[in-house]
Design a protein around this ligand. Structure first.
Ligand code: PRP
Length: 174
C-alpha cells in the first residue's frame, strides 16, 4: 500500500524556483520567439508557469511521447503519440519537461527534433533524478535535483492521480 503524499517541495518553493528559471532563460534568449515544447502530460503545469516567467516572446507547443520498458531495458522503446502542429526549422527550441529519470524519453525526442533543423535546442526540466540516468542528457536548466523518490503533484502522476496537487509530494510504500 502507498502512503499519503508527503510534501517534498511546496508550491511556494516551486514558484520561487520557476521564477528564477524564467529570469535566466529571458537573459539567455534576448531575441524570440522561443518555441517552448512541453512533453505531455506531466509538463503541462510547469509549462504554464515557466512560460509566464519568461519575458522573451514565446510560442507554446505540445508533443506526446509514450515509452515502454523505461528504466528497465537499455533499449527503452519510445514513440510519438501526438506530434507538433508546426515546423520548428530555424527557430529556437526549448523542450520543457517535468522530470528526467532514465533520460530515454529526452534522448529520443532531442534526436528527433534535431532532424527538423531548429536554430538551437535546449532542455529545461523542473526535476532531475541523476541517480536514475541510463542515457546522458545535456540539460541547460534544472529546477531541482532530487533523490530517487517517487514524486507526484504539480503535473506528475501515479496511475493518473495526483497531477493537480500544488505541492510536489513523495509516495512511499507502507
Ligand atoms: C515521465 C516524465 C518524462 C519521462 C521521464 O512521463 O514526464 O516525460 O517520464 O522519464 P525518462 O527520463 O525515464 O524517460 P510519463 O511516461 O510518466 O508520462 P506523463 O508525462 O504523461 O505522466
Amino acid at each position: 500500500m502507498l502512503s499519503a503524499p508527503r510534501p517534498f517541495l511546496t508550491a511556494q518553493q516551486i514558484r520561487t524556483r520557476v521564477e528564477e528559471m524564467g529570469v535566466q532563460i529571458t537573459t539567455d534568449y534576448p531575441d524570440g520567439p522561443i518555441y517552448l515544447i512541453a512533453i505531455l502530460k506531466g509538463a503541462f503545469i510547469f509549462m504554464a508557469d515557466l512560460a509566464r516567467a519568461i519575458k522573451t516572446p514565446t510560442r507554446i507547443e505540445f508533443i506526446g511521447i509514450s515509452s515502454y520498458g523505461r528504466g528497465k531495458t537499455s533499449s527503452g522503446e519510445v514513440k510519438v503519440t501526438k506530434d507538433l502542429d508546426v515546423s520548428i526549422e530555424g527557430h529556437h527550441v526549448l523542450v520543457v519537461e517535468d522530470i528526467i529519470d532514465s533520460g530515454v524519453t529526452l534522448t529520443y525526442l532531442v534526436n528527433l527534433l534535431k532532424q527538423r533543423k531548429p536554430k538551437s535546442i535546449r532542455i529545461a526540466t523542473l526535476l532531475d533524478k541523476p541517480d536514475r540516468r541510463l542515457r546522458p542528457v545535456d540539460v541547460a536548466y534544472v529546477g531541482f535535483q532530487i533523490p530517487d523518490e517517487f514524486v507526484v503533484g504539480y503535473g506528475l502522476d501515479f496511475a493518473e492521480d495526483y497531477r493537480n496537487l500544488g505541492d510536489i509530494c513523495v509516495l512511499e510504500n507502507q
